[in-house]
Design a binder for this molecule. Structure first.
Ligand code: GDP
Ligand code: MG
Length: 162
């Protein structure tokens, strides 16, 4: 079986945008309103000759659940199914309460967790990512789903953990 990579993070940080970039298709729906049922959240991808499956856990939604319940369920999926977990946060928002809650859930797992800071679209925003060290998940890796920058560095670290 292929190694499994799970993308997790609070709504609107750009998980689906990054997922689409990584798989080179537009199958995940990019939008900021939670609660829409989406069906293509699993896909195959490859990087540097490594094949893997990738899950956009944020695209899996449960009816009538609060954001906290969703995050918890998404973390459960990531922790159970993934070989490598990629948490995404938003450089333009800084560290939020939800980021901290997600990080705490992931911290308890024995899985390798990488931290991608999305929307680091320009050098100024890339310099703002150091606050994210406070999440305790190691080095924050700046990426831009909009421009595709930084994604290679993030994927290099992902496949190192297979
Ligand atoms: P998700 O809820 O985490 O899956 O986030 P989406 O991928 O749906 O993106 C949420 C919003 O952020 C959309 O309006 C995207 O166009 C925008 N977005 C995604 N990546 C970037 C980025 O790197 N830079 C900027 N400025 N906006 C982005
Ligand atoms: Mg999404």
């Amino acid at each position: 079986p292929l190694p499994v990579v799970a993308i997790i993070g609070q709504p609107n940080v750009g998980k689906s945008t990054l997922f689409n970039r990584i798989i080179n298709e537009r199958v995940a729906i990019v939008e900021d309103k939670p609660g829409v049922t989406r069906d293509r959240n699993y896909a195959r991808a490859s990087w540097m000759g490594h094949q893997f499956s990738i899950i956009d856990t944020g695209g899996i939604t449960w009816e009538n659940s609060t954001i906290d319940e969703e995050i918890r369920a998404q973390a459960e999926i990531a922790i159970e199914e993934a070989d490598v977990i990629v948490m995404i946060a938003d450089a333009s928002k800084g560290v939020t309460d939800l980021d901290e809650r997600i990080a705490r859930l992931l911290y308890r797992s024995k899985k390798p967790v990488l931290l991608g800071i999305n929307k680091a679209d320009n050098p100024e925003q890339r310099a703002d990512i150091y606050d994210f060290y406070s999440l305790g998940l190691g080095e924050p890796i700046p990426v831009s789903g909009a421009h595709g920058t930084g994604l290679g560095d993030l994927l290099d670290k992902v496949v190192e953990n297979f």
